[in-house]
Design a protein around this ligand. Sequence first.
Ligand code: AHR
Length: 506
Amino acid sequence: TDASARLDPHAVVADIDRRIFGGFVEHLGRHIYDGIFEPGHPSADADGFRTDVVALVQELGVSTIRYPGGNFVSGYRWEDGIGPVDQRPRRLDLAWHSTETNEVGLHEFQQWLDLVGSDLMLAVNLGTRGTQEALDVLEYANSDATTAWTDRRAANGHPEPFAVKMWCLGNEMDGPWQIGHKNADDYGKLASQTAKAMRMLDPGVELVVCGSSGRSMPTFGSWERTVLEHSFDDVDFISCHSYYQELGGDAQEFLASGVDMAKFIESVVAIADSVAASRKSDKRIMISFDEWNVWYLHREDGGQNNAPEEEGWPVAPRLLEDQYHALDAVVFGDLLITLLQHADRVRSASLAQLVNVIAPIMTEPGGPAWRQTTFFPFSITSRLAGDRAVRVPVDAGTFTSEKLGEVATVNAVATLDDEGASLFVVNRSTTDATELRVDLAPLTAGLGRDLALVESHLLHEDDWYAANTLEEPERVGVRALEGAVVDGSTLVLPLPAVSWAAVRLA
Ligand code: AHR
């Protein structure tokens, strides 16, 4: 079947905030220990960081990285992670039923970020702790005054402030599983009071208030409204979290996940703007989509895949080590397209997570590190995305999703910059290949020159369930999109069923 689209440079959504290509590192399973930090690994540097993993994170192209949780942060004492390593306490991590050794804390994580070249985004604990401890960590991290906390920072080897810009006011406080879970009123008041105090200390911070842990939460909607009624004046962002998976072997339904994400974003924008309207305010609360991914959380038997299998309180157990296949990567690519389509309001996003834990990068202790299938859409989108996101409506028909109704079969977004354009596209059909013809005339007319196809990438496997494993780490990758051409002012893209593709025009 055929599909057509138009690349109109005037259909600009917004300038893209690079923070949309953020990541998330939690003290969870083998993310930190045996993931990014493994003294004794052949590739480890003098500080114990795996340089093979550093190289892969750089290639992935992540901007800001949210840390240290996640559910973990709601029971975390950040001071446990500073000072001489041999004096740091071992603690129980209730969220993941593990033992936290605290060998890595704020200083070590910042050191790792310096290697990787990404910025820190910190979450404070509003589960077991409150405003005072949030102020303590902010003063320790950001203040340039001479105080007891900044003296300690200097004594611990970092006289200069860490200058952390983005701060999350807790994590998933709407979730009954969260330590210190609160109702919307109680959380909204605490978030507002904490945010006000944090700004008194450092007016330059950007603050993220917790939205819902998912669109399917029973409190979704009323949570956002109530929390924002308390904190509207005090925060810059509200968070969205969402994970997708194939359920009941229904690949077609799974391929509609991008539409669910779009509805989530648009609903939260509507609620935030209605709170603004009641206050007669022009302020626009932005979205920090600070957890998103494919995650096989729900088992077919109704249980959840998030508890350690080992007995007791293990250190760095194998947890949430999902293996991603080609179909997952196609859906994942579509989620990135969806974020870009909403670049006017999604000004920050964090892929959850980065290494070993629902991650694009896997490692074995003492062994190799490799790219999962989802690595490719992220690294390519992050590298090719230009300055501005542009809408690309596609005429390609629809399919019916049980949960979401009529869903477009092909979804696309473009980005523009001074040198040219990039196009990202997904064919969500499980049955039909499509030849997508994109009219470039409005763009080339504006530029006064033709554009040439300089790069193309296709992620597609006839066996959708093919994955990269320790035994076969390069089974799935991307290849040039065969048959992709610019024919006059038309870009022609032959897209197999269940495929994700990206092209660069310059
Ligand atoms: O990313 C895994 C977990 O998912 C995080 O700890 C939590 O915030 C979310 O429920």
